[in-house]
Design a protein around this ligand. Structure first.
Ligand code: AP5
Length: 189
């Protein structure tokens, strides 16, 4: 059985960028990880059923629909063998409040070894979101993003209590992507 590492972070923090670099560099060392995007697994089911047109619409679906999609994604991902990195969210900001990205029944399917929280300063996240025209990002200010990052830490602690996994914070600040990638590789080795 391989390692299961969950990577989380608020939208636009750069988690996918850090993961892709870390996987590429570790592969050159002979350490292989399969990247799995939880949102993509959910989106394949949601778009197949005509529920959404793009991935940013998923967090606006009603709670029961999002839960069903989470369950389907967790079941697909749990079947993976070897080392996997699961790119997802500690919490998802929905119109009705924070939804746990990994509620208990999802955690039970996944049983991660480690949960990583990728973070950076709120103003940098705001800037990265504004410059990404490929996505329909929520319009949020500094304090909203601060609250979301704080809430994610609290939720990460709950995941550790439920599963016995470790929780690690990796910083991904502007101009210091390399450092974030190095920290990520140290956890994955
Ligand atoms: P998901 O696919 O995870 O989308 P996202 O949260 O919007 O994340 P992104 O991949 O767009 O952002 P990122 O943080 O990875 O940043 P990126 O590397 O692109 O989720 C989509 C949807 O799926 C969610 O909204 C939700 O509805 C659903 N979902 C997923 N998991 C779920 C779950 N468990 N339960 C329920 N729903 C779930 O980088 C962003 C930008 O920053 C880029 O331009 C990049 O070049 C730049 N950047 C990165 N690092 C740096 C740096 N160090 N310095 C300067 N710029 C940088």
């Amino acid at each position: 059985m391989g390692k299961k590492v969950v990577i989380t972070g608020v939208p636009g923090v750069g988690k996918t960028t850090v993961i892709n670099r870390a996987i590429e560099e570790l592969s050159a060392e002979g350490i292989e990880y399969e990247p799995l995007n939880f949102g993509t697994c959910m989106f394949e089911v949601a778009s197949g059923q005509g529920m959404v047109r793009d991935r940013d619409e998923m967090r606006k679906l009603d709670q029961a629909q999002q839960r069903d999609l989470q369950r389907s994604a967790a079941q697909v991902i749990a079947r993976s063998e070897g080392n996997v990195i699961i790119d997802t969210h500690c919490t998802v900001k929905t119109p009705k409040g924070y939804l746990a990205g990994l509620p208990e029944w999802v955690l039970r399917e996944l049983m991660p070894d480690t949960v990583i929280l990728v973070e950076t300063d709120e103003d940098q996240i705001l800037k990265r979101r504004l410059s990404d025209e490929t996505r329909v990002r929520d319009l949020e200010g500094y304090n909203d993003i601060l609250e979301h990052q704080q809430f994610n830490r609290a939720m990460g602690a709950a995941y550790a209590m439920l599963t016995g996994c470790t929780v690690k914070i990796v910083k991904n600040p502007d101009f210091l992507l390399e450092k974030g990638v190095e920290d990520m590789k140290d956890i994955l080795r």
